[in-house]
Design a protein around this ligand. Structure first.
Ligand code: UT7
Length: 335
């Protein structure tokens, strides 16, 4: 049987580390508020004036993952690039990365699933691999969110949470009789909440993109109804964990590590307490990175591998919720 396994990982964040203290100079905020309400102590932002794009962040992480897999870029069958902050609006960032890697003629598919980008991406890789259409896929989650943020007190709730970074995995087809790799997945969407977290540009309800009202209404900046998304997260994430466990006929005890999306430490703590998950079985790194959207889960997985906190045979649950509204999870068994 063909299984989809993660052969290697890589991560990259820009050099500039921005502490909460630094933000108090530009936003009406405090280190105490940000730490207590979100868990975040610092995030990485691309240096101002740096001309690189999202695909450059991805390139650095991709080089590491490819080298660890011992794959050449031309060997890839597909690049799946997940981001909500692409280099430019059109074309997607996948083709920029393809060119920078020298992955000549390799198809590049961009997906726009925000915080669940890695979950959707791995599901897509699995469909390609199981159908025999691909054996080597580069799955990327990368975000350059700092350049989109409205750094004003009016938008301080959003401005403090987002960070830049990239996480990349090499996904490979493995012929085996063992039940390893991606074993269960559930993905959901609920478009009724599409307006709760959005970038208004360029799909305005009326008027042209160059309409001065776009700038006047701050439609070029992200908007988030934080409280609404928070409540959706703490109610739907426990449900998705229960759904996944039921589908896989497993219990909380059978999962060795839970890797949630990192939007707010309070969300993850609430989910963990609701589901009675031991603290050492849920990995959080939002303290150091903030919310890096599509890059979050692959960055966390790369860290766990580096720290040897997961090992062969372990069952891992990845899960998350974000703009769309989209939410879901995967159970993955390490080879
Ligand atoms: O990854 C995508 C999915 N996103 C999420 O899951 C995000 C979910 N939402 C959240 O994490 C939280 O809603 C936020 C961190 C965004 C905001 O935290 P909150 O506890 O919901 O704050 P709030 O917006 O309800 O605001 C509470 C108070 C307000 O002051 P008043 O009106 O009570 O005087 C805000 O003005 O906190 C104030 N506030 C801040 N104060 C200092 C909001 N942001 C800040 C700030 N610094 N950065």
């Amino acid at each position: 049987m063909i299984r989809s396994v993660i052969r290697s990982t890589g991560r990259y964040v820009p050099e500039r580390r921005v502490t909460n203290h630094e933000l108090t100079d530009i936003l009406d905020t405090t280190d105490e508020w940000v730490t207590q309400r979100t868990g975040i102590e610092a995030r990485y932002w691309v240096e101002e004036g740096d001309d690189s794009g999202t695909s450059d962040l991805a390139l650095n992480a991709a080089k590491i993952a490819l080298e660890r897999a011992d794959w050449q870029p031309e060997e890839l069958d597909l690049i799946v690039f997940s981001t909500m902050t692409p280099d430019v609006n059109v074309p997607g960032s996948g083709v920029f990365l393809q060119d920078k890697l020298g992955a000549k003629n390799v198809p590049a598919l961009d997906i726009r699933q925000q915080c669940t980008g890695f979950l959707h991406g791995l599901e897509i890789c699995d469909a390609y691999i199981r159908s025999g259409k691909a054996t080597k896929i580069l799955l990327v989650g990368a975000e350059y969110q700092s350049r989109y943020l409205e750094l004003t007190a009016a938008n301080r709730d959003t401005a403090v949470i987002f960070g830049d970074g990239a996480g990349v995995v090499c996904v490979e087809a493995l012929e085996t009789q063992d039940e390893v790799g991606l074993i269960t997945s559930i993905l959901h969407a609920d478009g009724r909440y599409a307006q709760a977290l959005r970038f208004g540009l360029p799909a305005r309800k009326s008027g042209h993109i160059t309409d001065p009202a776009v700038l006047e209404n701050n439609e070029h900046f992200p908007y988030m109804d934080g409280q609404k998304v928070f409540k959706l997260a703490v109610t739907r994430l426990p449900k998705i964990i229960a759904e996944l466990l039921e589908k896989a006929n497993m219990s909380i005890e059978d999962i060795d590590m839970f890797i949630p999306h990192q939007a707010n430490l309070r969300i993850n703590d609430a989910v963990r307490e609701r589901m009675k998950i031991p603290a050492d079985k849920m990995y959080n790194n939002i303290q150091r990175y903030g919310n890096t959207t599509a890059a979050t889960i692959p960055i966390a997985f790369d860290e766990l591998l580096e720290k040897k906190l997961v090992k062969s045979g372990d069952h891992i649950m990845f899960f998350g919720l974000g703009a769309g509204l989209t939410w879901g999870g995967l159970i993955y068994k390490m080879v």
